[in-house]
Structure formats: structure tokens, C-alpha cells
Design a protein around this ligand. Structure first.
Ligand SMILES: Cc1cc2nc3c(=O)[nH]c(=O)nc-3n(C[C@H](O)[C@H](O)[C@H](O)COP(=O)(O)OP(=O)(O)OC[C@H]3O[C@@H](n4cnc5c(N)ncnc54)[C@H](O)[C@@H]3O)c2cc1C
Ligand code: SF4
Length: 334
């Protein structure tokens, strides 16, 4: 691990100012915030991340969950994944988020991991995590080890000829279906980005994963008020029953009126280079009658643009079945 400067601000202004000034002094390249540290510290030990400046967020007052006047929810960046999963408002109004969080990692990791850290967790691609291997995301222009290598876990949606890494998060899939908004501060400036515009596709620049600029600090996430009478499910398919990343997952939120779907939001995990909102599936579901055929048609639409690599073709059918089953399960929830 390389040496680094470490600061522990106790208020938001100091943290944002520290990041903005380090950004100016160091031209933005190597500033990182540390939240739970469950992604960052691993990558620092592997010398994949080598920040010059590390700003600890653990003393900032960003650890609360609050109901908003419009009925939505405000989730502080430092709210731990366990606390969020078990929060009364999340359990009652956004159960899909609770289910997604509890399907991720282990209890110990969830106790440390935070909302903002989870949003920004890095890919589990083995070539990315190994400094001796080519990886365009870690070292632009060095090539992609996975395309002609071990690619069973990799993405089938949103890939490019330069990177096929999947976004590993479960929470992000639920937040995508819930149409969350990410709130960001840089120095004195604040802005908000809808989650569907927050992540960027790898394209020619896989090293860039989000719209964040150097020094940008995520302060909180907001959720719109829940749709009255909605039913939701997060379904995760993986190689073993716990402590494993998704091969395919689906977050679905639906509302049923007169045996028809009057509302549908669909996001997929484990298969996209970013948490994958499927408007194609939502279009098939909008106004449709409830049936296995409808659900399968939505799944076919969601995976229409899928592109398999040498070892992950099975994910196409797996993801279709995952979404079909998630929709069926959602109709059966109370
Ligand atoms: C063994 C193992 C198994 C796992 N299994 C799963 C799984 O099944 N499903 C799943 O979803 N996840 C899984 N994870 C990942 C885990 O969920 C993440 O490591 C965790 O959510 C990251 O949160 P953190 O607070 O520890 O982030 P950190 O490691 O502190 O930070 C992660 C990144 O976010 C940046 N960051 C953090 N906060 C901010 C902020 N406020 N503003 C700007 N940048 C910020 C950091 O600079 C860093 O780049 C697993 C992890 C491990 C180690
Ligand atoms: S898939 Fe992406 S992260 Fe993995 S080796 Fe290729 S460029 Fe790197």
C-alpha cells in the first residue's frame, strides 16, 4: 500500500472544502473519500487504488434516514446498509430495497458498508483487481483481460469492446427501480442526478463509471414517495445461497388494477455494466393483463440487446427467467 494523506473532517463544509482544495492542488487525480472502507481498503491493499489524499467521512452527520414532506425518503450517505435494510420506513414502504440490501455480502460487511460506498463499489472483475493483468478500467489502453479470458461473471448488457465488467451491487438495482436521486456536493456547489443518469456505460472510457467529477461528495440519496398499493420484489440468482454476487437479479415494482398492470418499474442486476433499468420491459408490462406470457414477453424485451461472451451466454436465459419469476412473485405479495 502507498502512503497517503489522511484527514478526518467533522462537518460537511470541511469535507467538501478539503476535497475541493486537494482537487485543485493535485489536479483531481487521486482524492478518495472513505466511508465503510469495505471496497476501498481492499483495493488499496492490492495497489489498484492509490490515493494521495484520503478523506474520512465517518465523523460527518450523514447517517440519518428521514421522511420528506412529500412522502419520499432521504437517506444519508453514511447510513449503514444494515441500518437501512431494517429501517421501519424502508421495510414498510420500500421492501424491495430492504430485500436487495439483505441479499448482499454478509452481516458483518453490511454493518460497515454505507449507502454512498455501495453506490460506488467497484467491479469484481478479477483482471481489474490484479495489477499484473491488462485492464482498460484500471489502466486505460492496456487491453481487456476478460474479453478473451475468464468472463463467466461479466456483463451481457451495455458492454463495449473495451470493457465487459458488470456492476456488482444489489442495492443499486433496487434504487434504480425506485428511481432514486443522488445528491452531490463539490465545495459550495450542490447538484442532484437521477440514478438512471448517474452511471455511464464503459464505451471507449471504462475508467469512468459515473458522472462524478473529482472532489464530488455524495451527501444523500432521495426516493420518491411510494406508489400507493404497489407490490415489489428483489430476486437474486447466484452460485451459492449467501455471501455471493448476483449472476442475475431483478428488482420489480408493480401496481395491479382490474387484473392489469397500471404501473411497472424493472431493473436488472448482475447482467449490466451498470444497474440496468429496462424501459423495454416496462413498455411491455404497461397496461398488460397479468399472465406468465406477459411476464416472459417483458423478459424477452429486457434482454433483447444482450451480447454474450465465451462463458456467460447462460446469463441471457437466466436473466429472463429471473425477471419472469420476480414479476410472478410480485403479483403474489401482500
Ligand atoms: C467479500 C465481499 C462480498 C460482497 N458481496 C456483495 C454482494 O453480494 N452484493 C453487493 O451489493 N455488494 C457486495 N459487496 C460489496 C459491498 O456492498 C461494498 O464493499 C460496500 O457497499 C461498499 O461500501 P463502503 O461504505 O464500505 O465503501 P468504501 O469502500 O468506503 O467506498 C467505496 C467507494 O466509494 C467512494 N465513496 C464512498 N462514500 C462516498 C461519498 N459519500 N462521496 C463520494 N465517494 C464516496 C470511495 O471513495 C470508494 O471509491 C461485497 C464486498 C465484499 C468485500
Ligand atoms: S472487463 Fe473491464 S474491468 Fe474487467 S479486465 Fe476488461 S476492462 Fe478491466
Amino acid at each position: 500500500m502507498q502512503t497517503f494523506e489522511f484527514t478526518r473532517p467533522s462537518d460537511l463544509t470541511s469535507a467538501a472544502t478539503a476535497a475541493a482544495s486537494a482537487n485543485t492542488a493535485q489536479q483531481g487525480a487521486d482524492i478518495r473519500f472513505i466511508a465503510g472502507g469495505t471496497t476501498l481498503v481492499d483495493l488499496m491493499k492490492l495497489n489498484v487504488e492509490q490515493p494521495h489524499t484520503l478523506i474520512d467521512l465517518n465523523r460527518l452527520p450523514l447517517g440519518t434516514v428521514e421522511t420528506l414532506p412529500d412522502g419520499g425518503l432521504k437517506i444519508g450517505a453514511m447510513v449503514r446498509n444494515s441500518d437501512l435494510a431494517h429501517h421501519a420506513s424502508v421495510l414498510s414502504d420500500y421492501p424491495v430495497l430492504s430485500q436487495a440490501l439483505l441479499s448482499g455480502a454478509s452481516a458483518q460487511l453490511r454493518n460497515k458498508a454505507t449507502t454512498s460506498g455501495n453506490l460506488l463499489q467497484r467491479t469484481r472483475c478479477m483482471y481489474f483487481r490484479d495489477n499484473t493483468m491488462p485492464c482498460n478500467k484500471r489502466e486505460p489502453g492496456s487491453g481487456c483481460g476478460a474479453i478473451n479470458g475468464v468472463n463467466r461473471m461479466m456483463a451481457i448488457l451495455g458492454t463495449s469492446e473495451h470493457c465487459i465488467a458488470s456492476n456488482p451491487s444489489d442495492m443499486n438495482v433496487a434504487l434504480t427501480a425506485l428511481e432514486a436521486t443522488i445528491h452531490i456536493q463539490n465545495g459550495q456547489a450542490v447538484r442532484s442526478v437521477p440514478i438512471n443518469e448517474f452511471y455511464v456505460l464503459p464505451g471507449d472510457n471504462p475508467q469512468r463509471e459515473t458522472v462524478l467529477e473529482p472532489g464530488d461528495l455524495i451527501t444523500h440519496v432521495t426516493l420518491p414517495a411510494p406508489v400507493t398499493g404497489n407490490k415489489s420484489v428483489y430476486l437474486k440468482l447466484r452460485d451459492r445461497a449467501s455471501y455471493e454476487f448476483a449472476l442475475a437479479s431483478a428488482a420489480v415494482i408493480i401496481k395491479i388494477e382490474n387484473n392489469r398492470l397500471s404501473y411497472a418499474r424493472v431493473a436488472l442486476g448482475g447482467v449490466g455494466t451498470k444497474p440496468w433499468r429496462s424501459k423495454e420491459a416496462e413498455q411491455v408490462l404497461a397496461g398488460a393483463t397479468l399472465s406468465e406470457n406477459t411476464f416472459r414477453a417483458a423478459a424477452e424485451a429486457a434482454l433483447q440487446g444482450a451480447r454474450a461472451q465465451s462463458q456467460n451466454g447462460f446469463k441471457i436465459e437466466l436473466a429472463k427467467r429471473c425477471l419472469t419469476h420476480a414479476l410472478k412473485l410480485a403479483t403474489q405479495t401482500a
